[in-house]
Design a protein around this ligand. Structure first.
Ligand SMILES: NC(=O)c1ccc[n+]([C@@H]2O[C@H](COP(=O)([O-])OP(=O)(O)OC[C@H]3O[C@@H](n4cnc5c(N)ncnc54)[C@H](O)[C@@H]3O)[C@@H](O)[C@H]2O)c1
Length: 253
């Protein structure tokens, strides 16, 4: 199928490290970008004719549907979506996860992803084309100590991606997950600080968890965005239902 030109990608969590990097990468590749988050984009992005923003809380299904409709009204059609909104949740042992904590983390990381995916699938499946990429994590593939709620939510995102991919493949819609390792980002620095305070010996006694990774450095948000752009593009036409690691070798052990 010939791809429309220009193509439009919807990016959730667009004010975050991965969302911002995705906006930059997709714009560089000639896409139009529909941004959505609780927080607005930078002035530079907000002023571009090929970018637009709609505020939406991913836990609010009506707000998500309204933002999706706004995106279609603005750009005509949505060809791809990168679902990057997320929260890390509390740090501590599984037995200490409160009901409020698990509800909150699942509401943002899992239900938020589900609501946006549903809006995309309802539009893309009847049309017969589309690509959806959900941000999971290495914590969606292996366990991560002291972030149980986050680990649960990111495993669940992979389940959601797999179920949706099985259903949507025949309709020309591809659904994949990206599983980044620790990214050079505010989220990771917050986690490193909290995790090291709990366990000073983690990562060989280094407060910086990147030192425990085979590549000895954090993954960059731009590297994650590059994978997202690949999965949304025609070169990934055969990729559906996959979990794509961008983890510097973390899960190769
Ligand atoms: N940073 C990492 O090291 C890392 C590693 C693996 C996976 N991930 C995942 O990648 C994704 C992006 O991470 P990031 O580093 O950009 O995080 P970030 O904290 O920089 O950005 C997350 C964004 O999500 C938005 N958000 C949170 N709750 C929301 C809600 N209820 N409604 C709408 N938007 C909401 C925030 O406003 C923020 O802009 C997340 O799903 C995260 O779990 C991150």
């Amino acid at each position: 199928m010939t791809e429309p030109d220009p193509r439009t990608v919807l990016i959730t969590g667009s004010a975050g490290a991965v969302g911002r990097a995705c906006a930059e990468t997709f714009l560089q590749q000639g896409w139009r970008v529909m941004l959505t988050d609780l927080d607005p984009p930078s002035a530079a992005l907000a002023g571009r004719p090929d970018a637009a923003f709609a505020a939406a809380d991913v836990t609010d299904r009506k707000a998500v549907d309204a933002a999706y409709a706004a995106a279609v009204a603005r750009f005509g059609r949505i060809d791809a979506a990168v679902l990057a909104a997320g929260v890390e949740g509390p740090v501590g042992p599984v037995e200490g996860i409160s009901e409020a904590d698990i509800d909150r983390v699942l509401a943002v990381n899992l239900k938020g992803c589900l609501f946006w995916m549903q809006a995309c699938l309802r539009d893309m499946k009847p049309r017969g084309s589309g690509a959806i990429v959900a941000l999971s994590s290495i914590s969606g593939v292996v366990g991560s100590a002291s972030v149980g709620a986050y680990t649960i939510s990111k495993h669940a995102v992979i389940g959601l991606v797999r179920a949706a991919a099985l259903e949507a493949g025949r309709d020309g819609v591809r659904v994949n997950a990206i599983c980044p390792g620790p990214i050079d980002s505010d989220m990771m620095r917050r986690l490193d600080k909290a995790l090291s305070a709990r366990d000073p010996l983690r990562a060989g006694g280094q407060a910086d968890s990147s030192k425990g990774l085979p590549m000895q450095r954090y993954v960059t948000a731009a590297e994650v965005a590059g994978m997202a752009a690949f999965l949304c593009g025609g070169a990934a036409a055969g990729c559906n239902g996959g979990t794509y690691m961008v983890d510097g070798g973390f899960t190769a052990r």
